[in-house]
Design a protein around this ligand. Structure first.
Ligand code: PEP
Ligand code: MG
Length: 296
């Protein structure tokens, strides 16, 4: 493992025939940063911001969030950091949100649905995130999007927040805005959604759950939870084609991104980025550098 590290550090993720792909890292808290840097990630493809909410007994303030996002942006020293906005719901309970118990939390009140209802919570996060963008290379993505209307509503709120920051003379960058494609509905209208965003990140964990109707947390169903199901692979191909047709890039940030038995498939689909747990970066880099896509 050490050998692999020495041999592949600072090397590009490029196939024998010259196709490049970004290898980014998924993180669940700022504590994972050391491992991101140690494993030579090209960026952070999924910063699960939930931890900021889960670790506290109150809504994290703008200042608390700003500090965390700024710290990550600065530590990544110009490399891209994609922060996913709050993806909390009835399955990830946070007391102070006072969410009602639900029969079917996976299909319930969560993520962007909460953010678009409780816009004060959403705006606080967006303000913190935009302010932190002045200190590095941040991007933002929105979870559980299912419609064009949601995307337009989110973008409107982002514009409002920018006007506020302008008025307060607080600096920010016009960062990339992407969406997670993690429901069959979003996948099927990804040609339309692609017109309104800068990138897609495919969340195969939820996409598998919703496409196959298999609760990802139900251990009894483990043997049926199959992200290799042809329906999932067809969806990934469709999403990638729709993204590229619209001139935007597409990544995969679900667990499937790290599955080396599919790396060749993803390269053939011209996936632009894979975001994985930091420890998978070197093995995937090795795999990519040994692949000749023209011979597949
Ligand atoms: C996904 O659904 O694939 C994903 C990356 O998001 P999470 O696992 O946090 O739901
Ligand atoms: Mg998800």
């Amino acid at each position: 493992k050490k050998e692999l590290l020495k041999e592949l550090k600072d090397k590009e993720n490029i196939t024998i025939d010259g196709q490049r792909i970004d290898l980014f890292a998924n993180i669940g808290s700022t504590g994972d940063l050391a491992s991101v840097i140690q494993n030579d990630a090209g960026g952070i493809g999924l910063f699960r911001s939930e931890f900021l909410y889960l670790e506290k007994d109150h809504y994290p303030t703008e200042e608390e969030q700003f500090k965390a996002y700024k710290m990550v942006a600065e530590n990544m020293a110009g490399k891209k950091v994609i922060i996913r906005t709050l993806d909390i719901g009835a399955d990830k309970q946070v007391d102070y949100f006072n969410l009602e118990r639900e029969e079917n939390p996976a299909m319930g009140y969560r993520a962007i649905r909460i953010c678009l209802d409780r816009t004060e919570i959403f705006k606080t996060q967006l303000r913190a995130l935009l302010r932190a963008s002045a200190y590095g290379n941040l991007a933002v993505m929105y979870p559980m999007i299912i419609s064009l209307e949601e995307v337009l509503e989110v973008k409107k709120i982002v514009e409002e927040v920018k006007r506020e920051l302008d008025a307060e003379k607080l600096p920010y960058k016009n960062i990339e805005q992407g969406i997670m494609i993690e429901t069959p509905g979003a996948a099927l209208i990804s040609d339309i959604l692609a017109q309104e965003v800068d990138f897609f990140s495919i969340g195969t964990n939820d996409l598998t759950q919703y496409t196959l109707a298999i609760d990802r947390q139900n251990t009894k169903l483990e043997k049926h939870y199959d992200p290799h199901h042809p329906a999932i692979l067809r969806f990934i191909k469709m999403i990638a084609d729709n993204a590229h047709q619209a001139g935007i890039w597409v990544g995969i940030c679900g667990e499937l991104a790290a599955d080396s038995s599919l790396t060749e498939t993803f390269l053939k689909m011209k996936i632009d980025e894979l975001s994985v747990s930091p420890s998978y970066i070197y093995p995937l880099r090795k795999k990519i550098r040994e692949t000749d896509v023209s011979k597949l």
